[in-house]
Design a protein around this ligand. Structure first.
Ligand code: ATP
Length: 364
């Protein structure tokens, strides 16, 4: 191999894999097979964190677990966490929210792309009409679980849930959104050009005021990027009425959680949606948007494409764009030829849909 080739070949990337619970156990193996089929220079280490392990020895995350992930791995590929046998859901909270919060993965990046018109429940909407990204703040807001209950179980009970918004947290997520807009193109190669901030600053005036001020300030550093603002209720209406205008959307933790489920419906449902939990320069975590889906777990019917597209997102993040493109092209072809699971109109099982993708990548 000459020096030039050597320089181009990405170094070995170490990936921690935590398939987790429910359909996570079914879709993640398909994502791993897709990555292997691309020939990407990666090494997987699998961890058994999840409900089974918790029920066995009460471990949610082993001591030093998060530090180990950050120290020893280039990225994490996670499945889903949640199991009806663990009523408190404590393991899911400690593993998933633990990774997001303790590893400070502050940017939850959720691309919303329609691969084929047939997958969209809206009339007359083409793939070129749905190609936006939601950047959700991932470490603050109401998910910090600050608050409390007073006089519980009495008629005078009081429950408070605090919405935490720090200047640092708001500024870094808004800046991330502008930088993302600057650096990323749409699927058709055209540049991204607009950042929309979504809030509810008319009702939630204190937190909303901070977001509004910071958005205006940060925007001055990016004069070439258009800005737009929408209240979250208006945004939901618009997303269903006409999703064409969306480009980069930045919002807080809770609104991001909600609008990305709505957005997932535009691209064929939860089974198609990918996401990354990112802190630039640190070990980041990639997971499909869907959860463990207990009603369909263990039946070989879960759609593996959200997880497979998530693995492509991870490869692209690690600089393996050619390998990521191979996976995306294979998923696109599967959708076009209806080599898919039932939720998006096909007749294949989870394994069979995954195998189709791996074979397609191998054949390229
Ligand atoms: P959790 O508590 O882990 O979030 P959940 O069941 O509440 O799990 P999801 O797992 O996100 O939430 O899924 C909600 C429903 O969406 C599922 O019950 C299932 O019907 C559908 N769904 C989610 N993911 C998929 C998938 N990959 N393939 C097919 N259907 C899916």
């Amino acid at each position: 191999m000459d020096q030039k080739q050597n320089a181009q070949k990405p170094s070995l990337k170490r990936i921690a894999v935590i398939a987790g619970d429910g359909i996570g156990q079914e879709v993640i193996p398909q994502a791993l097979n897709a990555v292997r089929a691309t020939g990407a220079n990666v090494e997987f280490s699998e961890f058994d964190w999840g409900a089974d392990r918790f029920l066995r020895d009460r471990t949610t995350v082993p001591p030093d677990g998060f530090a180990m992930l950050g120290r020893d791995f280039d990225a994490i590929l996670a499945g889903a966490f949640g199991d009806p046998r663990v009523k408190t859901n404590i393991h899911a909270k400690e593993i998933l929210l633990g990774m997001r919060f303790k590893m400070d993965l502050y940017a939850n990046v959720r691309p919303v792309r329609l691969l084929d018109a047939a997958l969209c429940p809206l009339k007359g909407v083409e793939p070129k009409d749905v190609d936006f990204v939601v950047i959700r703040e991932n470490t603050e807001g109401v998910y910090t679980d600050a608050g409390g209950v007073f006089k519980q179980g009495t008629p005078d009970e009081i429950a408070t849930q605090e919405d935490i918004n720090t200047r640092k947290g708001v500024e870094r997520i808004i800046r991330y959104a502008f930088e993302y807009c600057e650096r990323h193109t749409k699927l058709d190669g055209s540049p991204r050009h607009r950042v929309l901030m979504c809030d509810k600053s008319n009702a939630m005036t204190h937190a909303g005021g901070l977001w509004q001020r910071v958005f205006k300030e940060v925007a001055t550093d990016f004069p070439q990027i258009e800005t737009q603002h929408m209240y979250v209720d208006a945004l939901c209406l618009q997303m269903v009425r006409d999703p064409r205008g969306f480009d980069v959307v930045v919002t807080n933790n809770m609104f991001g959680d909600i609008i990305t489920d709505l957005a997932a419906a535009l691209q064929g449902g939860l089974g198609m949606a990918a996401s990354g939990n990112i802190h630039p320069g640190k070990t980041s975590m990639f997971e499909p948007v869907h959860g463990s889906a207990p009603p369909i777990a263990g039946k070989n019917i879960a759609n593996p494409f959200g997880a497979i597209l998530t693995s492509a997102m991870m490869l692209a993040h690690l600089g393996m764009t050619a390998e990521a493109d191979k996976i995306e092209a294979a998923v696109l072809e599967a959708v076009r030829h209806q080599r898919t699971t039932q939720d998006i109109g096909g007749a294949l099982g989870t394994r069979e849909a995954g195998e189709w993708i791996s074979k397609k990548i191998n054949a390229r």
